[in-house]
Design a protein around this ligand. Structure first.
Ligand SMILES: Nc1ncnc2c1ncn2[C@@H]1O[C@H](COP(=O)(O)OP(=O)(O)OP(=O)(O)O)[C@@H](O)[C@H]1O
Ligand SMILES: [Mg+2]
Length: 330
């Protein structure tokens, strides 16, 4: 799929309209909406952490409603089995053979709610699907749809009875997004919207929104890959990642605080997300600011604080902030 430049203005308009429609529905969570669109454009998956009731489910549902893409939600629980996610072979006595019943993972937009409540076997079935874009059940392998976006959620409170995702698995998420409570002004708007929705539900159902064809998403992805990335910006991006692996070059104290730096998957994610952000901003080139803006969400889960740093309250987020301060801008 190539990006035809005469089609670019229309694609930009379509994405702007998509963002505006989502922002009108999900108030005061602009960062989450932007991250969802970046993931869509960068062909990656999101891990979202936030308290209950912060519109996580509403946001993915709203996105799915505006794309030509089906949506499924899976609540991860301790008794969930990998087959509940991937699907199973069902015996068809009339035909004398097994038939594959695809599970929810075959939906282009998948919400994996409270991913840390399911045991490792289920988590790795999902992460494998995310990484390999295919699912193996029995002896057969099934390809996932070409558009495949997973948003997994994690609740920061109630850690009891959870199975934290192993570091190696976290790396598979393009971004780890943390969301907080909306501002007071947004809260009033949320109430107004909720009243409006409750009122509307008493009447005839509203006309469904216009849905963006998947072909537009693929064309936009091609345009994102075509953006200009200046060598100096690329060097800056690489240096941020390298600094997480060899922090001693910058600061001995920081080096003691980092146990593990970001992988090449991290640099790829950083480039893709910076590109997607630039494209969403209507630019045809990537700036250092694009890199800095996405770096916290792209890198926080890929940089592991040392044991002693953790004890002192350091987390990936603070370490990324330190790196951003120390690595010189181009
Ligand atoms: N920023 C917001 N804008 C508009 N509505 C919101 C916002 N935040 C919450 N709501 C409303 O609050 C309710 C709860 O939202 P939702 O179910 O999406 O939250 P959630 O983050 O998925 O919660 P949980 O973690 O419990 O699954 C919904 O009715 C939603 O419309
Ligand atoms: Mg929810």
């Amino acid at each position: 799929m190539d990006s035809r430049s005469d089609d670019l203005p229309r694609l930009h308009d379509a994405f702007r309209a998509l963002r505006d429609a989502l922002a009108a529905e999900i108030v005061g969570q602009g960062a989450l909406i932007e991250r969802l669109l970046i993931a869509l454009l960068a062909d990656g998956h999101l891990l979202v952490e936030g308290a209950p009731g912060l519109a996580k489910t509403s946001a993915v549902r709203a996105l799915a409603a505006r794309l030509e893409a089906d949506f499924a939600r899976v609540q991860f629980t301790p008794d969930l089995l990998p087959a509940d996610l991937t699907g199973t072979e069902v015996w068809r006595p009339q035909e004398g053979r097994f038939e594959f019943q695809p599970g929810p993972v075959f939906h282009p937009i998948l919400l994996a709610d409270e991913i840390n409540r399911a045991p490792a076997k289920v988590q790795s079935a999902l992460l494998e699907a995310m990484g390999e874009r295919q699912v193996t059940v029995g002896r057969a392998t099934y390809a996932l749809p070409p558009l495949f976006l997973v948003m997994a959620t994690q609740n920061p409170i109630e850690q009891e009875g959870t199975f934290p995702l192993p570091e190696a698995q976290l790396d598979r998420f393009l971004m780890h997004v943390r969301i907080g409570y909306p501002q007071a002004a947004a809260e009033a708007e949320i109430l107004r919207l909720a009243r409006e929705r409750a009122r509307a539900s008493l009447h005839a159902p509203a006309a469904p929104p216009v849905r963006m064809p998947q072909a537009d998403v693929f064309a936009a992805r091609a345009a994102v890959l075509d953006l200009h990335l200046a060598p100096a910006v690329e060097r800056y991006l690489i240096e941020l990642v390298l600094a997480s692996r060899e922090p001693a070059r910058y600061d001995a104290a920081l080096a003691r605080r980092i146990a593990w730096g970001a992988s090449p998957r991290g640099s790829i994610a950083l480039e893709r997300c910076a590109r997607a952000r630039a494209w969403l901003g209507g630019r045809d080139f990537v700036t250092p600011d694009d890199v800095r803006a996405v770096a916290p969400d792209v890198l926080r889960h890929r940089i592991l604080p040392s044991y002693e740093a953790t004890a002192e309250g350091w987390d990936g987020e603070r370490l990324v902030a330190e790196l951003l301060q120390r690595v010189p801008l181009p």
